[in-house]
Ligand binder design. Structure first.
Ligand code: C2O
Ligand code: CU
Length: 487
């Protein structure tokens, strides 16, 4: 019903002179297909590792400046973009478990922003959500002690109402965590055999980024080309038989379903929050907005093979028919051999029988449990050092992406059945397929603060901006009341 309405609306807009986009939409039925059409003529850019200084007290200090600039995204050198410490995206921050880190953030944009440390376990005060805007021209510091397994995390803006536009313009970066539990044999040379792959879709209007939605989109901006680390048509020179790709879906709305062009396996080794227990060979990896996966691809000397994203099967209004060439891997004639370890990590399973609380959240329209975001409402009061089971359902035919701040969770079930292997590790973001029910469990350790909320929300950034978010507060003891804003 809804789709017919949207279709009718598209036609109406066309009749009113909706322009080229409307014609393309009507003729193509919205499907974009770049497979076989991408030149792969630019070397993949590797985001630099952010410099840091370690002070006398052992704190590792980083600096991030959010700033406007001009970038070459494949449409000339003058595309107006935003970045951290540069004109597009940001450097990769890297720290080890046990380290105290501090990040000085400088806002040199002409509007407020925040920086959220996606996937990081840290105090609510430095979580970087919409409660703590950094006004234009001002500075902010977040400091915490890293205490979680090695993982591919990321950072991005999280202000009220403007997250989609700020990320789309280029504000995002990786935050890689290390620990001393890494099994021997995993590729680990940054940018060489351990490669960041930040995937984003973009649309262009002339030489500028297009901010307009594709007709009928129910998820916000959907682009018709792919950038990897800000590179259009990228290739990567490979010198080892095993190459590790740290995939991040840093798009605003799009869901990807990654495959290799010749059908060879992608061996998944990690999810959002760290390594899997053991490598998992699969022929595709699906990532919704905000999710990460670490995969290893096996290469033979001299060959070329492409990473692609195939149609996801979601509806046309969610970009579900689109397919893309993403990244070409080009193997040298001589490759350094490697072997993957059979065991990767010890993952302690959380026991749902010990859960202190069970909650249900249904995602529908732009609401969670029939409510939109309200900064004064606390949706869940969680007691520190307890575990909770959250049942999360997508009550509609729109895809959503469910994210909880502060914790990494484990998936207990999908529609009542045991989760598939790709959901067997630590997660902070979960694709909510239309109509499905998920059950997850998390331990809310270490940090209580009755005055400051953490968020949980849909990570489709348009949905988030439109209020598909809720708040939880972690309190010290059972019976403690949240006191938002009373610090
Ligand atoms: Cu990646 Cu609340 O966000
Ligand atoms: Cu959503």
């Amino acid at each position: 019903m809804r789709k017919w309405l949207l279709g009718g609306l598209g036609l109406l807009l066309l009749l009113c002179g909706g322009g080229v986009a409307a014609v393309v939409w009507l003729v193509s039925g919205t499907a974009v297909d770049t497979v076989g059409k991408v030149a792969f003529d630019r070397p993949l850019k590797i985001p630099p590792l952010a410099p840091s200084t370690v002070g006398a007290d052992g704190t590792r200090v980083f600096d991030l400046t959010a700033q406007p600039g001009a970038s070459d995204l494949g449409h000339g050198a003058n595309t107006r973009t935003w970045g951290y410490n540069g004109s597009y995206l940001g450097p990769t921050l890297r720290a080890a478990r046990g380290e105290r880190v501090a990040v000085n953030v400088h806002n040199r944009l002409n509007e407020p922003t925040t920086v959220h440390w996606h996937g990081m376990h840290l105090p609510a005060k430095v979580d970087g959500g919409p409660h703590h805007p950094i006004p234009p021209g001002s500075d902010y510091q977040a400091a915490w002690t890293v205490d979680q397994p090695a993982a591919t995390l990321w950072y991005h803006p999280h202000p009220s109402d403007r997250t989609e536009r700020q990320v789309y313009r280029g504000l995002a970066g990786l935050f890689i965590l290390d620990d001393d539990q890494q099994p021997a044999g995993l590729p680990h040379e940054y940018g060489v055999d351990d490669v960041p792959v930040v995937v984003q879709d973009k649309g262009f209007d002339g030489d500028q980024l297009s901010m307009s939605d594709r007709f009928g989109s129910d998820v916000g901006i959907l682009g018709d080309e792919i950038l990897v680390n800000g590179t259009r048509g990228p290739f990567l020179d490979v010198r080892t038989t095993l190459v590790r790709l740290r995939l991040l879906n840093a798009s605003t709305a799009r869901v990807y379903d990654f495959t290799m062009s010749d059908g060879r396996p992608l061996t998944m080794i990690g999810t959002d929050g760290g390594l899997l227990a053991a490598p998992y060979r699969t022929d595709h990896v699906r990532l919704s907005v905000g999710e990460r996966a670490e995969v290893v691809v096996a290469m033979r000397p001299g060959e070329r093979v492409e990473l692609r994203s195939r149609a996801t099967g979601l509806g046309r209004f969610h970009g579900g028919r689109d397919s893309f060439d993403v990244l070409q891997l080009r193997a040298a004639g001589d490759l350094k051999a490697g072997t993957l370890p059979e065991k990767l990590a010890d993952i302690q399973r959380l026991d749902p029988k010990l859960a202190a609380q069970r909650r249900t959240f249904t995602f529908q329209g732009r609401d969670i449990n029939d409510d939109g975001m309200d900064m004064d409402r606390v949706d869940a009061v969680v007691v520190k050092d307890t575990t909770e089971v959250w049942n999360v359902a997508n009550g509609h035919d729109t895809p959503h992406s469910f994210h909880i701040h502060d914790v990494q969770f484990q998936v207990l079930s999908v529609d009542g059945a045991a989760p598939p292997p790709e959901l067997g590790g630590w997660k902070d973001t979960l694709f909510l397929q239309p109509g499905r029910r998920y059950s997850v469990i998390a331990a809310f350790a270490d940090y209580a603060d009755p005055t400051t909320a953490y968020m949980f929300h849909c990570h489709v950034l348009r949905h988030e901006d439109e209020g598909m978010m809720g708040q939880f507060v972690v309190v010290e003891r059972e019976g403690d009341k949240p006191r938002l804003g009373h610090n």
